[in-house]
Design a binder for this molecule. Structure first.
Ligand SMILES: Cc1cc2nc3c(=O)[nH]c(=O)nc-3n(C[C@H](O)[C@H](O)[C@H](O)COP(=O)(O)OP(=O)(O)OC[C@H]3O[C@@H](n4cnc5c(N)ncnc54)[C@H](O)[C@@H]3O)c2cc1C
Length: 477
């Protein structure tokens, strides 16, 4: 079987499935990407490039180093989806841990970043390694408070000024860390995928098409997919299950071993009217997950919109929001009220209550933010976590049956490694052109920025979000 004859089916056009379609297209295989929604990357949201895992003090150093490595690969693949603004992390004054606990890891991350750049200078996508992180003591921040806000910050100090102006410095510990973890824009990434994949002749993008049945016969998969209520069966040599939190449903159709969890979470969109608009860094206030003091995350978008996470049960997390599969089914079952949010809609009341809780959560540290209001419906969704460890942040793919890859990403940055592993497995069954598999190929170079921006905004509006959420904070340089 040669590359041009190999037929690959991908179920799910989230970041995992659409990246697989893009990267595997260069192997010469014929790829069919099935997505039941009307656009790509419509699953759970993402806004943060975890380039070092600094949001997660509880995870291992190994996971953080992997997150750094994978985030660099992701930023190289999707340069147009990255917002180059740093993240400021502060530990609240009441935390028993101190910033000193985080420093050894930051040093390891810096050293690893240096090594990655030495291997390939193009890996330098987070700035100079010596500037990967910077510490700010109280005196320096108090002196920055006297500086006027710079509308388009360039230096770490300039990014720190809005923080110095607005954060109540009595509520946090020092030093504060500024780290080069950037923002991601899911609407722009989705739009770019739609445009790029529609130009690739060996990728057949089937939107609004749901895979409803799978049969295995000899060395083939017979896949039935339904579009406009019309079922259609086709044969494939290799199957990639990238169905996100519904991965277990596909596993059940095939009958393979599995162990996974699914977690429902939501982030809230607020609007903060200010006299003058200026750029903000992302700001994270650490805290113990699941307690009333859970981490608060303040993510800026243009035109006064801020996305908020609060890792408490009243904000981002939900009672019974984390569920595991059973011996009877690979598909973990979320409670009815959470499935209704995914499949139907949110009540205005819950949107208001939870968004206001999120605003109060952040206003504990940024008092003036208390005047923010609800900006739109929340960004929400369920994500899968393979295995039984809910703190797992790095996972790629499993191969529980021949000719079958099961995408299992937890963070979007794992998609490039996921695709490399799939190409390795694929070679066991097909003569593909693996030499041309290249995560660094400039897939989006020919895409017109205006067309991309317009489509990103259309996608945001069609999902009932403000167009501003589809715009970059930091303009392309
Ligand atoms: C609130 C929240 C915030 C998050 N923030 C971040 C962040 O800042 N950074 C980060 O890296 N990660 C973040 N994540 C995690 C991230 O969103 C997920 O890891 C990622 O989106 C998963 O992508 P996926 O492609 O695996 O799944 P999905 O995006 O869920 O894609 C699966 C697709 O499969 C389709 N599908 C399912 N079944 C079928 C079928 N039978 N036929 C056809 N199509 C089907 C679905 O419609 C869907 O589009 C966050 C998650 C949540 C919930």
């Amino acid at each position: 079987m040669s590359g041009t004859q190999t037929k690959i089916a991908i179920i799910g056009g989230g970041i995992a499935g659409s990246t697989a379609a893009l990267l595997l297209s260069r192997t010469g295989a014929q790829i069919t990407l099935y997505e039941k929604a009307s656009s790509l990357v419509s699953g759970p949201p993402f806004c943060h490039l975890h380039a070092g895992g600094n949001l997660y003090p509880e995870i291992s150093d190994e996971q953080c180093l992997k997150l750094l490595e994978q985030s660099i690969a992701f930023a190289r693949l999707y340069p147009y989806g990255v917002d180059h603004r740093p993240t400021i992390t502060a530990l609240p004054a009441y935390c028993s841990r101190s910033t000193a606990h985080l420093l050894p890891r930051l040093e390891k991350l810096t050293a690893h970043y240096r090594t990655l750049i030495a291997k390939d200078p193009a890996n330098e996508v987070l700035g100079k390694p010596e500037h990967y992180f910077r510490l700010y003591d109280k005196t320096t921040i108090e002196s920055l408070k006297k500086h006027p806000i710079v509308p388009h910050p360039q230096t770490p100090d300039e990014w720190m000024i809005p923080f110095a102006h607005e954060v109540d410095l009595d509520t946090i510990q020092f030093p504060v860390i500024l780290v080069q973890e950037y923002g991601l824009n899911l609407f722009r990434i989705g739009a770019g995928e739609m445009l790029a994949l529609s130009q690739i002749p060996n990728v057949d993008l089937r939107l609004e098409t749901e895979v409803t049945q799978i049969e295995k016969s000899d060395n083939e998969w017979k896949i039935t997919a339904t579009q406009n209520e019309q079922p259609n069966q086709e044969r494939f040599d290799y199957l990639i299950n990238a169905a996100g939190f519904l991965t277990g449903k596909i596993d059940d159709m095939i009958g393979v071993p599995c162990e996974r969890m699914v977690e429902f979470k939501a982030a809230y969109v607020s609007h903060w009217k200010r006299e003058r608009e200026h750029l903000w860094p992302e700001i994270v206030f650490h805290g113990e997950r699941g307690t009333p003091r859970g981490m608060g995350q303040f993510t800026p978008y243009p035109q006064g919109y801020f996305q908020l996470h609060g890792m408490t049960k009243e904000i981002t997390l939900y009672e019974e929001g984390l569920v595991a599969n059973t011996p009877q089914s690979c598909q973990p079952q979320l409670p009815q009220n959470l499935m209704e949010k995914i499949l139907k809609s949110w009540s205005e009341e819950e949107t208001r209550t939870r968004t206001q809780s999120a605003i109060r959560h952040l206003a504990r540290f940024i008092p003036s933010f208390a005047t923010a209001t609800v900006g739109s419906k929340p960004l929400f969704g369920a994500q899968q976590i393979p295995g039984s460890d809910p703190t797992l942040r790095v996972a790629e793919v499993a191969f529980p049956a021949p000719r079958y890859a099961r995408a299992e990403i937890v963070k979007v940055s794992s998609v490039v490694d996921m695709c490399s592993a799939i190409v390795d497995d694929l070679q066991n069954y097909a003569q593909i052109d693996n030499e041309h598999f290249d995560p660094h190929y400039p897939y989006f170079e020919s895409i017109d920025e205006t067309e991309l921006g317009t489509l990103a905004e259309q996608i945001a509006l069609s999902r009932e979000y403000p167009a501003a959420l589809a715009r970059r904070c930091v303009p392309l340089g």
